[in-house]
Design a protein around this ligand. Structure first.
Ligand code: SF4
Length: 210
């Protein structure tokens, strides 16, 4: 990276970092109308990586498309929340030979999923999700200017901090994708680099991530 712009990543175009960060934060914050257009290009790694898909009670269109026998009560969630499980090969049961069978009505969890959060935060999805790991390693963000450089560096610092101090958070260290999403959410606390007083940051993180 340089002050005038540059790229970071492994060769597959992930788009311009600054605009993507803004859109992704809006999605993570559930702002009305917020979307991210993920250039999946036929990749279905996230649909075949042994991930449970949460289906919320108000997702009537998705629920109408998913056979009732495939929806199970979501553990630890209030009544009405369901999960779509995966098969013995780690595949979502709604994944067909040419992609998601209910793409237009896929659950909110799928709409909000963007594996570029892992690439942005420099977080490895783990050895049990090799297909996602390969895709994450490919993404290349365009970094346009000093502001984007600072933001990207802050996201990375936040991720490192969360990996090192996650067990001090009220809910403990989150799994990789949630950790990367958290790093985006709290990156503004890290624009000056690693914090001088980690305990103060832990308190602030606990407050924000409640
Ligand atoms: S519902 Fe569709 S998009 Fe979501 S995990 Fe299943 S196949 Fe993928």
């Amino acid at each position: 990276m340089s002050g005038g712009g540059g790229q970071v990543g492994g060769g597959r175009d992930a788009g311009a970092f600054g605009p993507w960060l803004g859109s992704m934060l809006a999605v993570l914050r559930d702002q009305p109308g917020a979307t991210v257009d993920v250039p999946c290009d036929g990749c279905t790694a996230c649909c075949e990586s042994s991930q449970f898909v949460l289906v919320e009670p108000d997702e009537h269109a998705a629920r109408s498309m998913i056979p009732a026998e495939l929806l199970f009560p979501a553990p630890g969630a209030p009544e009405g929340y369901s999960v779509l499980p995966y098969d013995e090969h780690g595949r979502c049961p709604m994944l067909g030979s040419s992609g998601c069978l209910i793409y237009e009505h896929r659950p909110r969890t799928c709409r909000a999923y963007d594996c570029r959060v892992l690439a942005a935060a420099g977080v490895d999805p783990g050895p049990e999700k090799p297909a996602i790991g390969r895709r994450v390693a490919e993404w290349t963000f365009r970094v346009d200017g000093a502001e984007d450089e600072v933001a990207l560096s802050a996201v990375r610092s936040a991720a490192v901090f969360l990996e090192e101090h996650g067990d001090e958070l009220p809910a403990g260290t989150p799994p990789p994708t949630q950790l990367a999403a958290m790093a985006l959410e709290v990156h503004d606390l890290f624009t000056g680099g690693p914090p001088a007083e980690p305990s103060e940051v832990i308190v602030e993180l606990g407050r924000r991530l409640r």
